[in-house]
Design a protein around this ligand. Sequence first.
Ligand SMILES: O=C(O)C(=O)C[C@]1(C(=O)O)C=C[C@@H](O)C=C1
Length: 623
Amino acid sequence: MNLDDIRNNITRLDQELLSLLAQRKTLSLDVARSKLENPRPIRDQEREQALLVDLVSQGRQLGLDAHFVTRIFHTIIEDSVLSQQALLQDLLNPRDSVPAISVAFLGLKGSYSNMAARKYLSRFQAPLIEHNCESFQQIFETVESGQAQYGILPIENTSSGAINDVFDLMQHTRLSIVGELTQPIEHCLLVATDTRVEQIKTLYTHSQPYQQCSQYLSRLADLDVKFCAASSNAMEQVARLSRPDVAALGSADGGALHGLVPLVEGLANQKQNMTRFIVVARKPIEVAEQIPAKTSFIMSTGQQSGALVEALLVLRNHGITMTRLESRPIIGNPWEEMFYVDVAANANSGDMQSAMKELGNITRFIKVMGCYPSAEVSPTRIPARLLNKTQTPKQNEPVRYSRHYKADNTRVQVGPFTLGGDEPLLIAELESWPGSQLDELARSIKEQGGQVLALDCFTDVGTELGLDRLQQLHATAERFDLAAMTRVTNAEQVHKAAEQVDWLLLDAKASSNDELLSAAGRCTRPLLLELAEEPEHSLKVAQHILQQGNQQLALLDSQALPLSSLLELSSRTHLPLVSRLSGDATTLPRLGDALHAAGVSGFSIAVTDSNRTLEQLAQSLYR
Ligand SMILES: O=C(O)C(=O)C[C@]1(C(=O)O)C=C[C@@H](O)C=C1
């Protein structure tokens, strides 16, 4: 078969896939109607789990990786759940029979708010009348006066946090929240003509995307930056000039509305950049009981100590999960706060009604801002014990970590460095978060010959600070051409860390956490598994990880195992070994040499701002 024939076959298969997806969607809507007749919740995670287990098993028999199959079906099921929700909501909240839908949002054609508005309202399949607004205030006014039926407002961004102006305006509005959506923010360099990055001399941009892409932009020399009121203005300007030396920052979809094309994509410092929007309207909506709902309300408590805690306890006592808590000063009442609360509950449910009544008795002010369908469809996970059942064990297949399975040493690619090659790899561990000293220490590690910067981002801190530290670690490692490593202790940390660092450390305690091991085994970042007291046990854990798909695994000895045990280990497994060394500057280099000769591929040592042991070890190893 020649290339054209193969491509024709691929095209045919893709069309079949599309037609099958459309048929599946029709069936999913039939399910929704049947759930309405015989009331049942839309979401049925038991059914989803059973479906995924079967699909993964059948996929494996067809040579498809478990991770690939689950990822695709998570997306299909997410769409199915959201389509069912939209159908039920339409039936419950019939729309006035107007020929078009009108919406107010910030900015002009192509702004992120415009793209969010189009995405959210596409479900109504009616022509859209767009009201471009210059401020959040104007959006509220346009909807309040009836000129637009809906308003779209950003309320939080993963990199810049809460959008306070919107929260402040919410305090005084008569509008209700009727929906939410999350929009990925993907900044690109947009151009109007055929050009190259080196030719760009002037950049038109709004200040926010400019800050969010600072790392990429700092690499472009002599750029004249012209700030605009909104990204859409920047795009308009570049489209009007239509020259090879000008570019705008904005989304590819937004740019397309102005005839611009992306020259470079994915420019944001933070790779996962998302904005959550709320949708407001004059009339509140009802949310069908079968749908996962959210309710937003605002309240102010007295200033006596424990008042907020008491209010939150009411939610807990009614089994209501709070998904967000934000506080803003009350304008005109210095030192008083208004709290914005989102809960995962339907405002009409018995629990919520009685919780609101109790809250009414202990707060100074309380008002429901709206109840709306939750746009988050958290993916159903397959527990490790079921995932393993989906394996079709081949008779007498050698265990994966063993030399029978693979005779040659595994090479693990850690950022730009290789573990398991000819040269040993040097990991410098910082024992606590160094704050503003981070860059200084990274510079010193690089100078001394270190290659990997290891630092705990999550230990003893909340998720938000952990994520912030991850980004700092990523940025510093990149600045000094080091690879970055951090410890992960749960599945969520695996997903977050995999976006920012080159190597994930699983400590010996990880072996009892099935969910963590499965997430690590399914991620595509290399792993370093700390050996448990009983190395045999860790080899079983290694087998479990390798079976999930991730083959980039190394073992860490942090208990200074005797040389004989290390030799035995390296005769049994092809996985590279790393030793955590401690000791003084005179013994360390000799120890390092001996262990390297015994097959140890990497060394990890603690670095402080005063010791130079890393340098001595590096000099001895790289002699
Ligand atoms: O089987 C159902 O009950 C469906 O609603 C269909 C479906 C699916 O798309 O497969 C969607 C949502 C449920 O959570 C489970 C499965």
